[in-house]
Ligand binder design. Structure first.
Ligand code: ADE
Length: 308
């Protein structure tokens, strides 16, 4: 089982408590593991609790194996707790944060990583599909922020990182999630200002589509996005989930104490370079010149206007 490590010093987050939604797989799991490695107790929350329990057992073993021989950490090993929560449901979110506080007595960090979307041309997205993606990615993130704030951070401060997506140039083929993530990007800025006077920092992190994880592969189904994406990167390689978790740990840490309302793109510069979306050759774009106005049939003809 692969070891866990970090570029940050061990014990950095000792005594801290984090909630990581969608923390059982992919990017969320890497974030939860690195936080634990650094001494943070972590609650991973998701809808499918059986899968989460199985993942949590593996995660605990990985942390134990990674810490063997490190006497400083083993005396106070951080706890990993699993909670069932559908982030679309207001009551479930409120209860999940309440249970975290009952169990751990504090919640210093919230990482809103849970989300979901599907590949589809915008013209084919049903209202139900659209609403499901907006509910999960935008409303679910809002509810988790609000509850973490109202139940703890309002009085104690804290740090929130909202994982969004690289929708810098729009998000053709996943317009629903592009719209939802752009909403979270803006929400992040609003909350960072509204909550600044409580010592709560709120940032967003946008992983590129080039971040490889088995969860992402499963999400794309039969479409092999990654072999196409790789060559379109300035790095000429895919990104790793560890490269996301390191950036999240940075944003949560005191090294980012003066950073709030910011969106950090972790994409190897990919957003500035090529796009996957190809526009077929067409002649549908009509140029406009003043010459066209003169010949336009809308041009008043002499004598046709009673006022002339
Ligand atoms: N992961 C994907 N969708 C989710 C949801 N609605 N709640 C929690 N985790 C999720």
């Amino acid at each position: 089982m692969a070891a866990v490590s970090s570029v940050f010093r061990q014990g950095l987050f000792k005594g801290r408590v984090a909630v990581v939604t969608g923390g059982g797989t992919g990017i969320g799991q890497a974030i939860a593991l690195e936080l634990m490695y650094l001494g943070c107790s972590v609650v991973i929350a998701s809808r499918k609790v059986e899968r989460l329990q199985a993942a949590a057992q593996d995660m605990r073993t990985r942390i134990l194996n990674s810490q063997q021989g490190n006497s400083k950490q083993s005396a106070s090993a951080p706890t990993l707790s699993v909670m069932k929560c559908n982030i679309r449901e207001e009551l479930e979110v409120s209860q999940m944060l309440g249970r975290t506080l009952e169990e751990f007595g504090r919640v210093d960090f919230l990482v809103n990583n849970a989300g979901g979307q599907f590949l589809s041309a915008a013209s084919s997205i049903s209202e139900k599909g659209w609403k499901a993606v907006i509910d999960t990615n935008l409303t679910g993130t809002f509810l988790c922020c609000r509850e973490a704030y109202n139940q703890w951070m309002k009085d104690n401060g804290g740090s929130i990182v909202n994982i969004i997506a690289d929708m810098y140039k729009g998000f053709p083929s996943m317009s629903h999630t592009g719209a939802a993530r752009a909403g979270v990007d803006n929400l992040t800025k609003s909350l960072s200002i509204e909550w600044a006077d409580t010592g709560t920092r709120v940032n967003a992190l946008a992983p590129g589509s080039s971040i490889y994880s088995e969860t992402a592969v499963a999400n794309y189904g039969n479409v092999d996005i990654f072999s196409q994406v790789k060559n379109m990167q300035p790095t000429k390689r895919l990104g790793t989930v560890e490269e996301i978790s390191a950036a999240v740990c940075f944003l949560l840490s005191p090294a980012a104490a003066f950073i709030s309302g910011e969106t950090l793109y972790v994409d190897g510069g990919g957003r500035l370079y090529q796009t996957m979306w190809q526009i077929p050759d067409h002649k549908k774009s009509k140029a406009y010149t003043w010459k066209d106005d003169v010949t336009d049939s809308a041009q008043p003809q002499s004598g046709s206007n009673p006022d002339s």
